[in-house]
Design a protein around this ligand. Structure first.
Ligand code: SF4
Ligand code: SF4
Length: 127
């Protein structure tokens, strides 16, 4: 059994449930360009790891959630399973690019964020 990495406040990594499909690695590399995780080790020891096999909170991870959205097993799961009751389209204020996103709202709280698929410049990416 590999210890569960619950260092990140937004999601939990349980590599015991990983099937090594590589979707999270591709998302982190090809979609976000952050490269916080990678395939590591060989044979029965093969796993998805951060640089130096550190807890994900100490890695380059920016907690964008792209890997969690793509994981087909329970290896990567959000801490909160609260579902939004409505969505509000908005523009991310983080930088000057102007990515579009939908905020999932429950009551007066934002519980989810997902990218828009068609609007420029996002085109399905929320990095
Ligand atoms: S949350 Fe984002 S930055 Fe962090 S490992 Fe997943 S895809 Fe990479
Ligand atoms: S997406 Fe999930 S199952 Fe696939 S390699 Fe990543 S952690 Fe493992």
């Amino acid at each position: 059994m590999v210890p569960i990495d619950d260092s990140n406040p937004a999601y939990i990594r349980d590599m015991n449930k990983c099937i090594l499909c590589g979707r999270c690695v591709r998302a982190c590399h090809e979609v976000t360009g952050i490269d916080a995780i990678e395939m590591a080790f060989r044979g029965n020891n093969a796993t998805i790891s951060t640089f130096g096999d550190k807890p994900v909170l100490l890695s380059r991870c920016e907690t964008c959630g792209e890997c969690v959205n793509r994981c087909p097993t329970g290896a990567l799961v959000y801490r909160s399973n609260r579902q939004p009751t409505r969505e509000v389209k908005t523009t991310c204020p983080y930088c000057a690019v102007g990515c579009q996103a939908y905020l999932g709202v429950r009551g007066n709280e934002i519980v989810r964020v997902r990218p828009t698929r068609r609007a420029h410049p996002t085109r399905g990416i929320c990095a």
